[in-house]
Each structure stands twice: as C-alpha cells, then as structure tokens.
Design a protein around this ligand. Structure first.
Ligand code: PGU
Length: 426
C-alpha cells in the first residue's frame, strides 16, 4: 500500500484543520518570527523590564520549603483538592472576616486555574440550576462563551463597553440586565475587565448589585486579576464582597496564574456561596460528581505553593509587595506609552518656515485610564495586522495589548508602530 493511500485511508481523514486560538495563537505566530525586534503583547502574561517571564521570589521560597519538607508526599489529593488551599482561597477573595465563611455557607473546591474553575462551575449550574442562560459582557475574554456553551448553558451578551467613550456603557448594562429573565446567570469580571480594562465604580457596582438581587439574577464572578488592578488584594475584591455581604448567593472562580505568576501550574478555585451550611455541603457533594469523571482530582504542587504562601504571614506580606511591584510596573508602562504618543502629537517639524504638526491622531488618554493588564487601544484589525507585518508587534486582532508584556526599551518602537498604523490606515 502506498504512503498516499495510507493517508487517504485514515479514519480521521475527514478532520479539518482548526484555526489557532485567537489569544494563545498569537504566541505561536510570535515564536515563528525570526526578527529580533519582535514584541509579544498578545497573551496576558507578566514580563520584567528585561522582557523575561517572572517567577516571584516568594514562590521560589515556598517551593524550597516544600522540597525541604521530607514529610511531603505525592499522593492523590481529595476530589476537591487541598483543604488548606481551599480555606485560604476563600478568605483571600471573600475577606478574612467574611460572615459567609464563618457560617460555613461557602464551599470551595480546587480546580485547574481560572478556566477549570469556570468550567466546573458551569457544569454544576447546567446540572443543578433552573435557569440555563448566562449573560456575559460584550466584549469579554474569548474563552468565556466556549466554556459556557460546552457546559450546556446558553450564552447571551449584555452591553458593557462603549467604543465612543472608551468607557463603561453603564446605561446599556443596566438595561440589558434589567431585561434578562429572572434567575438568569450573569458573568461579572471581579476587577480589571478583560479585554477593556474598564471596571464599574463602587457606586455603579452597588447599583448593579441592587438590580441583580431585585431580579434574582445569579452572579458568577471571574476573578483572574485580584491584586493586578489596584495593587491591593482587598480593594480588587470589593465587587465580590459587596455581593456576599448582602447574604445572597453567588459563584466565584479564582485564578493564581497572574497574581502569583503560577500560569503553568494551573492552580485556581471555585467557590459557591450558599444561603445555609446545609445547602453548601450538598452543593459540594455534587461538585465532586462533576469533578471526578472530568479529571478525578487536581494537581498538588501549585496548590501547595499557594497554601504555604497564604498561611505564612511573612510570605504573604512578601507576596503583596511583589504583587504591588508588578501592578506598579504595568501602570508605569501605561504612563510611558501615553507620554510617547503624546510626544509624537506634540512634535513639530520645522520645514522651511512652515510648522507642520506631526501627531498620532486621536485621544490616547484611555491608556492611562484603563486598569489591569490590558489596554483596549481602539486599533482595528487592519491596523493590528499592519503593526505585526511592518513592526513585528504581536497582539490580539481586537486591538488589545498586554501592558504587562511591554518594557521601557520597547515603548518607542510600539509608539512608532501605533503612529504609523493610525496615520496610514483609517
Ligand atoms: N478569566 C479571564 C478574564 C482571563 O483573562 C483569563 C486568562 C482566565 C480567566 C483564565 O486564566 P487561567 O490561566 O485559566 O487561570 N486570560 C489571559 C491568558 C491567556 C488565555 O487566554 O488563557 C489572556 O491573555 O486573556
């Protein structure tokens, strides 16, 4: 039999080539580019001023402690994961003094980072919650609709972002949630909304809370950036804590990918806050039924690192300092990029006796107003393609750039690229 007929006879020959992932595929394209000036601002992953991935010092210390502790073994964890990790994770997001935790109304299960936590929560809701519609912000992280659809929920958008103001479409948000069927699930980004970098104010959160509670809408928080928005873990959990403080129920998915730099360890947690301890315990028993046939039980290493750091006062304090430093570096990148674009706007060229204004058209103040890892630049697909082609700058096609991937040396190159893209493509 010839090689080509072998190929044709494959039982998988009908399988079509799937497209690359819109976010992770950017890194694939970046890795293939041999040009040394290339810059990856696609994936939301923190880089140092030297452009290198960062392992936090506190993580190195915790790992060293784990390695040195001969009593540690590699047995299976329980289906819901490491108990210390779960308790500490709940405290981190709901607050150490949370009454819901004190009343044992919260069940927390260790999952595979933020994505796995969302998926387990979604599967639980599809099996046990009466309303199967989930409202997600428009726009949102590209994986959200896929996760919820595959779990069997039906996904609908609610207005969130106004491209004209480059801010929150608060009126649209209230109208859409106000028109949602009572009981519907609502996905809320706890802080540092991805991709827009636009969050409601505390006052607006309070109005969202009142509306949702009055309609019996069920909040499902996605907390992938706690500490990255403001540099404060407590401040970034305010939205979630407001909803828990009113005694109502909610879900929360946590990720330690960004705030502890544990991307590849896949460590996260799903918490479900219930009305009573009895309900919480039954909910937990059903979460186990979701997890067991999916991946049986979660990995031990990443969760052990987190548990060590969260339980030790010194390590915890060191973590908050390192986290703040990451958040501050991102804020300084915003300022530097904004200044570089402003400077181009201010640049005057003396040509003969005429003064020609050479500027990067547009108002770029949203770069410093938006928060978290990303700037939603407003650059369109063609402008992004131009920047990749001509300047080897890689970013998602919706115009999002990861400020965490930028460093001072690369700011002029990025500003040049934005300037050229805006000047040459409308
Ligand atoms: N939720 C939101 C809002 C996110 O932005 C991300 C990661 C996750 C959940 C999932 O993170 P885990 O790694 O599963 O904890 N978004 C990043 C990372 C790349 C990706 O798409 O997974 C991003 O660049 O949007």
């Amino acid at each position: 039999m010839s090689a080509s007929s072998d190929h044709q006879d494959s039982v998988f020959s009908h399988v079509v080539q799937a497209p690359e992932d819109p976010i992770l595929g950017v890194t694939v394209a970046y890795n293939k580019d041999p040009n040394p000036i290339k810059l990856n601002l696609g994936v939301g992953a923190y880089r140092t001023e030297e452009g290198k991935p960062l392992v936090l010092n506190v993580v190195r210390r915790a790992e060293q402690m784990l390695v040195n502790d001969q009593s540690r073994v590699k047995e299976y964890l329980p289906i819901i994961g490491l108990s210390d990790f779960n308790k500490s994770s709940a405290k981190l997001i709901f607050g150490a003094d949370s009454t819901a935790i004190q009343e044992n109304r919260v069940t927390t299960v260790q999952c595979l980072s933020g994505t796995g936590s969302l998926r387990v929560g979604a599967e639980f809701l599809a099996r046990h919650y009466h309303e199967h519609t989930i409202y997600i912000p428009q726009p949102t992280w590209g994986n959200h609709p896929k996760i919820f659809n595959l779990a069997g929920l039906s996904v609908k958008p609610y207005r969130y972002y106004n491209p004209q103001t480059r801010g929150l479409d608060f009126q649209g948000l209230l109208e859409d949630l106000g028109a949602a069927p009572s009981g519907a699930i609502v996905l809320l980004h706890a802080c540092a909304h991805n991709p827009t970098g636009v969050d409601p104010t505390l006052d607006q959160w309070e109005q969202i809370r009142q509306l949702m509670r009055s309609k019996g809408l069920l909040p499902f928080f996605d907390s992938a950036y706690q500490g990255f928005a403001s540099g404060s873990l407590d401040a970034d959990a305010q939205s979630v804590r407001m909803f828990v403080a009113d005694g109502g129920e909610c879900l929360a998915a946590q990720s330690y990918a960004k705030n502890m730099g544990l991307y590849g360890e896949r460590v996260g947690a799903l918490s479900i806050v219930c009305k009573t301890a009895d309900v919480a315990s039954r909910v937990e028993s059903q979460l186990k039924m979701v997890i067991r046939p999916m991946y049986s039980n979660p990995p031990i290493h990443g969760a052990s690192i987190v548990a060590v750091i969260l339980k030790d006062r010194d390590l915890y304090n060191e973590w908050t300092v390192e986290l703040k430093a990451m958040a501050d570096r991102i804020i300084s990148m915003r300022k530097q990029l904004f200044d570089a674009l402003q400077a181009k706007g201010m640049a005057y060229k003396l040509l003969f006796t005429l003064v020609i204004h050479v500027c990067t058209p547009g108002d770029w103040s949203h770069i410093i107003k938006q928060i978290g890892m990303f700037t939603f630049t407003g650059l369109n697909t063609e402008q992004v393609a131009f920047m990749t082609r001509e300047y080897h700058i890689y970013m998602t096609s919706d115009g999002r750039i990861s400020m965490a991937g930028l460093n001072s040396r690369k700011v002029p190159h990025l500003a040049d690229a934005i300037h050229a893209a805006v000047a040459s493509i409308a």
